[in-house]
Design a protein around this ligand. Structure first.
Ligand SMILES: Nc1ncnc2c1ncn2[C@@H]1O[C@H](COP(=O)(O)OP(=O)(O)OP(=O)(O)O)[C@@H](O)[C@H]1O
Ligand SMILES: [Mg+2]
Length: 473
């Protein structure tokens, strides 16, 4: 009875082994110390492509694997070598990567067990992932971008090598954390950056901010941070990229400086022309008028047509004189110094309205107190060019000009009810008026907005910070 039970148990155990071997993806072999097969698993074809019979005909495992993987002498009793990575050529020439585990045993007349696991796909995905990582790293480097990742509950923060470089720590000596990150942010920007990030954290939202960074190596850089906060009921993780904008800021600053110098040179040249017209050409024309008048008096006896001709010449000379006078004032607004901004803008408006059929509505308050000389000249020139444009392009019947003080800034608005224009297409025209208005505003840290649509009038608005008002460059 007992014998029957144990024979049955043995049969069941054998059956279980057979099913297991058949269904597992690993290939199992046993050899003797000479490497001759004593057991070949039934599913050998799954990895190697060869049938059981074909492998048996090879006789030695070295023929199947292409080499002796281990010296049997290397393996003491119960000894093993795990995870030997080995590439084999399978039936049909395909190459596969195996992880082979070799162990000294004593089963089925054999002494050495080989278990081969096919890791080709895993290897390929690892390589693809590595290539992807390398490409990403290169792209981030090329774009001067670094990454960072903050695990909020543990407080652990990781920076990419590029981020460490931006923070003036290329040798990765410092351990990042949120408080140490904030310590490196310029004191003027710190509260704002902290607010932006904690706000994103509270809402689990995307954020973007720019700030100055003081590196561990005492360098100062401009950084743009962009990223996302993740929540799971409570703050979980925050991650993002840092973009080094230092060079771009430098180019912008250089351009601003160049623009400033060009505008100054322009103003100087206008002043020279204005003086030339006023003091030289203007004087000559005035003299001409006087001499014409003298000549007319001396020719009292001449015929009436000659008199009439003289009167005409005299009128032309006077008109030329006043045109020169107006032009000279337009070129260099000496009146800005004498009359102040508000009164000068009023004069410009009156000159423009002059004989034209345009109704002018002025609302001008006293704003000069908070403005320096450059800002005053900027507003005057913008009012002047806006009105030039109204007359030249708009066909408007009404213009509203407002100059007003708002908290921390002064606002000038020139709005007409004319034909308007497409603000997007105007850039290709290569004209100077709007460009130089914008540049002038930027030079004094102001902002110019042009709102216009065909058929819907035009509004030019410029906002300049008053002296003492804080602004971030
Ligand atoms: N108030 C306005 N109404 C209608 N169109 C306007 C107005 N202001 C500007 N524009 C349009 O915008 C264009 C650009 O204006 P901008 O002042 O730069 O150049 P411009 O007046 O043509 O030449 P300039 O360089 O001598 O100023 C104009 O050519 C015109 O088409
Ligand atoms: Mg113009």
């Amino acid at each position: 009875m007992d014998e029957t039970v144990s024979a049955e148990a043995l049969r069941e155990s054998e059956e279980l082994h057979r099913i297991t071997l058949l269904n597992m993806s690993d290939a199992v072999f046993i050899t003797n110390d000479e490497g001759v097969f004593t057991f070949i698993c039934p599913n050998v074809d799954v990895i190697f492509g060869h049938s059981h019979g074909e492998v048996q005909a090879m006789q030695r495992i070295s023929r199947l694997l292409g080499c002796e993987l281990v010296e049997p002498g290397q393996l003491s009793d119960g000894g093993e070598v795990r995870n030997i990575e080995h590439e084999v050529e399978c039936k049909g020439g395909a190459r596969r990567v195996l992880l082979v585990h070799v162990k000294r045993v004593a089963i089925r007349r054999g002494t050495i067990l080989y278990v081969c696991r096919d890791v080709t796909e895993r290897k390929q995905s690892e390589q693809a992932l590595r290539r992807h990582d390398e490409r990403l790293k290169l792209a981030l480097e090329a774009a001067s971008m670094g990454t960072w990742d903050w695990d909020v509950p543990s407080g652990e923060m990781t920076w990419s090598p590029e981020t460490h470089r931006m923070f003036g720590d290329p040798a990765v000596r410092h351990t990042p954390s949120f408080p140490t990150f904030l310590e490196r942010v310029h004191t003027d920007d710190r509260a704002r950056v902290a607010r932006t990030m904690t706000d994103a954290m509270d809402r689990g939202a995307v954020y973007e901010t720019e700030f100055r960074l003081l590196g561990y190596d005492a360098s100062e850089r401009w950084i743009m941070a962009r990223g996302k906060a993740l929540r799971n009921g409570k703050p979980l993780r925050m991650l993002g990229v840092f973009v080094d904008l230092t060079e771009r800021h430098q180019v912008d600053a250089d351009l601003r400086e160049l623009g400033g110098r060009l505008i100054n040179a322009h103003e100087q040249e206008r002043m020279r022309l204005s003086r030339e017209l006023h003091d030289n050409v203007g004087q000559l024309v005035a003299l001409l008028s006087v001499e014409l008048e003298l000549l007319r008096q001396q020719l009292r006896t001449s015929a009436p047509p000659v008199h009439a001709q003289f009167a005409k010449l005299f009128a032309h000379a006077s008109e030329l004189g006043s045109d020169l006078h107006r032009l000279s004032h337009e070129l260099h607004p000496a009146r800005l110094e004498h009359l102040g901004l508000e009164e000068s803008i009023r004069c410009v408006c009156e000159e423009f309205a002059g004989a034209r059929q345009i109704a002018l509505h002025l609302e001008i308050s006293d704003v000069s107190a908070g403005l320096d000389r450059d800002a005053v000249l900027c507003l005057y020139r913008i009012a002047q060019e806006s009105l030039h444009n109204v007359v030249k392009h708009s066909g408007a019947t009404r213009v509203d000009i407002t100059l007003a003080a708002a908290p921390g800034e002064v606002v000038l608005r020139v709005a007409d009810d004319g034909v308007g224009f497409d603000t997007r297409s105007v850039q290709q025209k290569g004209t100077l008026g709007l460009v130089s208005m914008r540049e002038r505003a930027r030079l004094v840290r102001g902002q110019l907005t042009v709102s216009s649509k065909p058929g819907d009038g035009t509004k030019i608005e410029v906002r300049l910070p008053t002296t003492g008002a804080h602004s971030i460059e």
